[in-house]
Design a binder for this molecule. Structure first.
Ligand code: UTP
Length: 290
């Protein structure tokens, strides 16, 4: 992994069933936390990590994501005409000028591993990042992906974000068995998909950030469908581990909000509202009344 990270993949072709009926017409990644959709937080984190090429793996229902990053001619002309410079900057600033967005389709929702594999023609032969936008990770300083990209480059290894979860929730996550290197990183020995608490080797759960070498594409290509008939990224990472002997688990600095479920989206919204001096007093007073 000698090259710095330039490309980041956003697998956004899932069905988002936990937010139905909203996700019947709106992509889950377009759900807002305050005034920004989840996908914007993810893109900002990728750009912070140094990415200049963003690969969105979408399905045919998700035009809104492409529209969001596209130029909005009519709206921009209207804002210009009315002298609304601040709003115009917001509308034009969804994607920095030096960054390009590329959209590829995952024809069928065959799993996260399959979605990542769909990005192969764009990523080619270089290390890349993966961000699952419904895991919003907020850090005041360096974003989680930048922290991981730096470690991947320094250690010449794949890096997977992990977080400690309550012991009784291991069956909701991929769990790693790893030997500690320092207070943030560990060397993975083995990964288990959704183990029962009694069988879990630890409470370190894999969350939605990865920095991977291009070799993972060949391994994904050879991966047979696992649980639920889906091609699991965990299986390909296990194969990478066997082959290269080193994949790191990294406990990032920042707070993760699982916005793939309702409680997580509410928590993220409350958190962001409390960070905003204009909103915090109103929200605090409202909560007090509740
Ligand atoms: P989830 O497990 O959260 O599934 O996918 P989902 O369909 O998005 O949501 P629910 O569970 O039905 O509510 C994790 C990530 O992997 C992507 C999703 O878009 C999400 O970012 N994914 C999953 C794909 O891109 N393709 C797939 O085939 C499966």
């Amino acid at each position: 992994m000698s090259k710095p990270l330039r490309k980041v993949v956003f697998p956004v072709a899932g069905l988002g069933t936990r937010f139905l009926p909203a996700t019947k017409a709106v992509a889950k990644e377009m759900l807002p936390v305050l005034d920004k959709p989840l996908i914007q937080y993810a893109v900002d984190e990728a750009v912070d990590a140094g990415a200049d090429t963003l690969v969105f793996v979408t399905n045919r229902y998700k035009h809104a994501i492409a529209d969001y990053f596209d130029k909005a001619y009519e709206l921009e002309a209207k804002l210009q005409e009315k002298g609304k410079a601040e709003l115009l900057a917001l509308v034009q600033g969804t994607l920095p000028r030096h960054v390009r967005a590329i959209f590829v389709t995952q024809p069928e929702a065959l799993g996260l591993g399959h979605a990542v594999l769909c990005a192969r023609p764009v990523v080619g032969d270089e290390p890349f990042g993966v961000i699952l936008p419904d895991d919003l990770i907020w850090n005041g300083g360096k974003g989680a992906l930048r922290q991981m990209a730096e470690l991947a480059e320094a250690e010449q290894a794949g890096v997977i974000a992990v977080e400690e979860v309550p012991h009784d929730q291991t069956d909701k996550y991929g769990i790693v068995d790893a030997s500690v290197i320092d207070d943030r990183s560990a060397s993975i020995r083995h990964m288990v998909e959704k183990p029962k608490p009694a069988d879990a080797p630890s409470n370190l759960a894999v969350v939605g950030r990865y920095v991977l070498p291009a070799r993972i594409f060949q391994l994904l290509d050879q991966t047979t469908p696992g649980a639920g008939g889906e091609i699991q990224i965990t299986d390909a990472i296990e194969a990478l581990l066997k082959e290269q002997g080193k994949v790191l688990a990294y406990r990032f600095e920042g707070t993760r909000f699982d916005c793939g479920n309702k409680a997580g989206l509410v928590r993220a919204t409350m958190h962001m509202a409390m960070q905003d001096p204009a909103l915090a007093p109103t929200v605090r007073a409202f909560l007090g009344n509740l």
